[in-house]
Design a protein around this ligand. Structure first.
Ligand SMILES: CC(C)(COP(=O)(O)OP(=O)(O)OC[C@H]1O[C@@H](n2cnc3c(N)ncnc32)[C@H](O)[C@@H]1O)[C@@H](O)C(=O)NCCC(=O)NCCS
Ligand SMILES: Nc1ncnc2c1ncn2[C@@H]1O[C@H](COP(=O)(O)OP(=O)(O)OP(=O)(O)O)[C@@H](O)[C@H]1O
Length: 209
């Protein structure tokens, strides 16, 4: 039986580090950020619909999505429904691609561990067309995440705090998760925890096959 995992986490908590480890161990990772970028590429299904909804300024002269312009419109502009309109265009297309990827992985291996890597899972859990066997959130205290963003992403403390505040609160992720991976321990301990989780999931997948 295929095991499906929903993976989320606070920004800069270590979700990508956990996803990479799971990939090395043999899991199939479906990265929703990657899918979201694919659908807005020139030729992607979302791009003409975004132009229709937001106007020609949504693309640059070369026909590529003007991410900075759109981010300003949906995250900071006066139109409070703009983000909902964008989500209504993008999310069904992202889910359709995820369903394709999931079905392909499941058809290749009926004991696959399929990890849906969804940064905003707490906001969309009721809409994603999957039932997860487990939901994992990767968490670290806010101050640790701010320090990581300053150190590795060249952000100021204020910028880092603003990014954290723009996400759903940690409580929303904890409410949907049955497994919390603490990334405020050293990397080796965190990865050892991930290894143990993967071993359990993959045994469960084979046992129930
Ligand atoms: C508006 C866009 C073009 C801005 O692109 P940009 O490169 O400036 O930002 P990026 O994609 O890196 O996102 C920055 C941060 O914004 C937040 N964010 C992104 N999309 C959303 C959203 N739909 N709702 C709430 N917050 C969001 C995230 O915390 C993210 O870390 C882009 O964010 C987008 O297409 N968003 C919608 C896609 C989406 O819903 N993705 C989530 C997958 S389920
Ligand atoms: N247990 C750990 N100990 C120390 N540093 C860690 C640990 N886990 C992750 N990191 C570091 O923290 C930073 C953020 O990790 P990562 O990129 O995996 O986060 P993320 O949650 O995927 O971030 P985002 O949500 O912004 O994509 C990276 O520099 C990573 O190397």
């Amino acid at each position: 039986m295929v095991i499906r995992i929903g993976l989320t986490g606070g920004i800069a908590a270590g979700k990508s580090t956990v996803a990479s480890r799971l990939r090395e161990l043999g899991a199939t990772i479906i990265d929703y950020d990657v899918l979201a970028r694919q659908i807005v590429e020139p030729g992607g299904e979302a791009l003409p619909r975004i132009v229709e909804a937001f106007g020609p300024s949504a693309v640059d002269a070369a026909g590529r999505l003007n991410r900075a312009w759109l981010a300003q419109r949906v995250f900071s502009g006066p139109d409070r429904q703009a983000l909902e309109r964008l989500d209504a265009i993008e999310h069904p297309l992202i889910y359709a691609k995820a369903q394709q990827a999931d079905a392909e992985a499941a058809s290749q291996d009926d004991t696959a561990v399929i990890v849906h890597d969804i940064p905003l899972l707490a906001d969309v859990i009721d809409d994603v067309p999957f039932t997860f066997d487990h939901v994992v959130t990767v968490e670290a205290p806010q101050q640790v995440r701010i320090e990581r963003m300053i150190r590795t992403r060249g952000m100021s403390g204020t910028q880092a705090k603003a990014r954290i505040d723009s996400q759903s609160p940690q409580a929303a992720r904890l409410a949907i998760a049955d497994i919390v991976v603490d990334s405020d321990t050293d990397r080796a301990s965190m990865l050892a925890r991930v290894d143990r989780l993967y071993a359990q999931w993959s045994a469960q997948a084979r046992h129930d096959a």
